[in-house]
Write a protein that binds this ligand. Structure first.
Ligand code: GTP
Ligand code: MG
Length: 240
């Protein structure tokens, strides 16, 4: 049977954790959860530890301060790989990514995908609550990244993913430095360059109901800047 390792990055998500864990357990009963907490001040790490003691199959990596989303995934995936898990999943803690879609992502991997992306922009995918300007920013950001890096992926900034271990190993994730959207795009780019087969699975991305967003303009600007740098380096200057 396929073993599944799920990394959940958290920064002050105590209000969402209970529901998230229950829904993950309901969707994929045998999955192991690692909460990577960056010094939350609302008791997220303590809550995660309590849930682990109560339910089992949940552990917490406590880090002292906010180190960024990319760094949280690098740490989480690396531990899952080192422990020999078959599939490494990443999911936001704020319930924007519905755990009920996990079986769809895992089915895609089971059918042969090396990376399954929970995608808002393939037929059947949606973002029901976003205001028009946010949707446009995301859609055009994705088009820019797709065009510049020849990704052929509709939603390369998506954070809801399942990686098969051999691909993740080939991607040398520890040598990435980006964070936020830039990190998701870099990982997509690396997956393709490592010869990975990517499948996009439609999801509905709902806005967080509880807690506060950590998204910032800086993260968007960083992503656009990095995409431009990678494209110039690899495509225009043809240095591979
Ligand atoms: N460990 C860790 N987790 C983080 C960090 N920044 C954000 N997160 C978590 O990453 C997930 C996504 O962050 P969000 O604040 O929801 O950002 P977003 O989904 O891009 O933006 P929204 O649409 O506004 O929610 C959530 O589970 C956060 O708690 C960080 O620096 N470290
Ligand atoms: Mg969110």
């Amino acid at each position: 049977m396929t073993s599944v390792w799920i990394t959940v990055p958290t920064l002050n998500e105590v209000e969402n954790l209970d529901t998230l864990v229950q829904r993950i357990h309901a969707a994929v009963p045998g999955a192991h959860i690692l909460v990577v907490d960056d010094g939350s001040v609302d008791g997220t790490a303590e809550k995660a530890e309590a849930l682990g003691a109560e339910l089992g199959g949940i552990e917490v990596l406590r880090r002292p301060r906010k180190m960024g989303l990319g760094s949280a995934y690098r740490a989480g995936h690396a531990i899952g790989l080192a422990r020999g898990y078959d599939v490494m999943v990443q999911i936001d803690a704020d319930l924007s990514h519905d755990p009920a879609a996990l079986p769809d992502l895992l089915d895609a991997v089971e059918r042969g995908a090396d990376l399954a992306i929970g995608s808002r922009y393939v037929p059947g995918g949606s973002v029901p609550n976003w205001p028009k300007h946010r949707l446009m920013l995301s859609v055009w950001g994705n088009r820019y990244a797709g065009f510049m890096l020849a990704l052929h992926v509709r939603d390369s900034t998506a954070g809801y993913r399942a990686y098969r271990a051999p691909l993740l190993r080939k991607m040398n994730i520890e040598s990435t430095h980006s964070t936020g959207y830039g990190f998701q795009i870099e990982m997509t780019y690396r997956a393709l360059r490592a010869g990975g087969r990517i499948e996009e699975v439609p999801i509905a991305f709902t806005d967080r109901v509880r807690g506060t967003s950590k998204m910032s303009t800086r993260i968007i600007v960083e992503a656009l800047f990095l995409v431009t740098v990678w494209a110039l380096r690899d495509r225009v200057l043809r240095r591979h």
